[in-house]
Design a protein around this ligand. Structure first.
Ligand code: DAH
Length: 365
């Protein structure tokens, strides 16, 4: 054997030895993970460049063809070519087996079973206070009322003075609120909106004003320092207490059903004269005081549920807003939403409504 042929034979042997690890790759692939196969893919591509590239040993060996004796040149040339062909096809076969495998493994991994049930996205919903507020708003809007929204930070004038509660009046005590260092107060009642709305719009006027109010109360099962009220106001010529009772009764009938009754008890508020508190017949026991064979829970067996305060707007209040009490009269009412929710859903702690625990809130939608 010529020196040159020996050299090429060595190249072939070296290749076969190194190629050993890629031999029969097609059969070994199934035990390989996708990650291992991808590593192998990088290795084989490096291996390919080294053994078939321009600077590979077999490429160099081709330069020897010109150096051998002319009579051997033909067979030597064929030999070099056959070795080169062996190297190239061996690598190509392994490489394409590897590529096929990787493609299949990836497709498998990304396969989607479209028959599986979908994952339901968690849908939020409105808070129970908002839901009740909207229900009440709808009822009043259908009776020709508009909805007034106004500020939560007020001056003493709007929270007290304009509502006929002068400095030193005992009613200020029971509604002690939060003050800023610059003399503003967080409103302790939505009655402030009566004043703002009449100042702005005069009379006649029909509004309800839902909103947050604040009081300096230590939280307990029946008190929170921030809660929601809805205020109602109707001022026109010839408005009487009968309109007040009719309106409240109609609203509560629409909310709790036709059979709902309303009663009023004399009371006192500085901004109304006369003043009353209004109760409605219990939605649970329909006023009988008995439900589920025992003392009815929401009304404590009385058959009545106390809801809020009301009355005929005090002439001083009308005057404070530039409305002539000789020409106009009106009624007003106000009540708290949390108390109402607590009664309707038999909650023994109103703080539940502010803890934002979705296990609780999710029950009311
Ligand atoms: N503002 C009163 C309160 O917070 C509720 C109220 C009573 C509002 C009588 C009124 C009313 O408009 O006429 O307790």
């Amino acid at each position: 054997m010529s020196e040159e042929k020996k050299q090429v034979e060595k190249i072939r042997e070296a290749f076969e030895q190194e190629f050993g690890r890629f031999v029969d790759l097609r059969n070994k692939l199934s035990d390989l993970g996708l990650a291992a196969a991808e590593n192998l893919q990088r290795e084989i591509s490096e291996f390919k460049t080294r053994h078939t590239g321009k600077k590979s040993e077999i490429a160099n060996a081709k330069k020897l063809i010109g150096r051998v004796a002319p009579e051997e040149r033909g067979s030597f040339g064929q030999f070099v070519q056959s070795v080169e062909k062996r190297i190239v096809t061996a690598i190509d076969e392994s490489e394409s087996a590897l590529n096929d495998y990787i493609l299949k493994a990836k497709t498998e991994r990304e396969r989607v079973d479209v028959t599986l049930p979908g994952r339901r996205p968690r849908v939020g919903h409105l808070h129970l206070i908002t839901l009740l507020r909207q229900q009440i708003e709808d009822i009043f809007v259908s009776m020709g009322y508009s909805i007034e929204d106004d500020r939560e930070i007020e001056t003493d004038y709007y929270n007290f003075d304009a509502l006929n509660i002068p400095d030193g009046h005992p009613a200020r005590e029971s509604q002690d609120t939060f003050y800023t260092t610059t003399g503003f107060a967080l409103r302790s009642q939505t009655s402030t909106v009566q004043i703002r709305a009449m100042e702005r719009r005069g009379a006649p006027i029909r509004i309800i004003a839902p909103g947050r109010v604040f009081r300096r109360d230590t939280p307990d099962p029946t008190h929170v320092p921030m809660f929601h009220q809805i205020e109602g106001l109707c001022v026109d010529k010839g408005i009487t207490m009968a309109h007040l009772k009719g309106t409240v009764a109609e609203w509560l009938r629409r909310l709790f059903g036709e059979g709902t009754k309303v009663r009023m008890r004399p009371s006192y508020f500085p901004f109304t004269e006369p003043s009353a508190e209004f109760d409605f017949s219990c939605f649970k026991c329909s006023g009988t005081g008995q439900s589920d064979g025992a003392r009815c829970r929401p009304c404590k067996g009385s058959g009545w549920i106390e809801l809020g305060g009301c009355g005929m707007v005090h002439p001083n209040v009308l005057e404070n807003c530039g409305v002539d009490p000789q020409v106009y009269s009106g009624f007003a009412f106000g009540f708290g939403l949390e108390r109402m929710c607590a009664l309707m859903y038999a909650l023994d702690d109103i703080r539940l409504m502010f803890e934002n625990d979705v296990r609780f809130l999710g029950q009311f939608r």
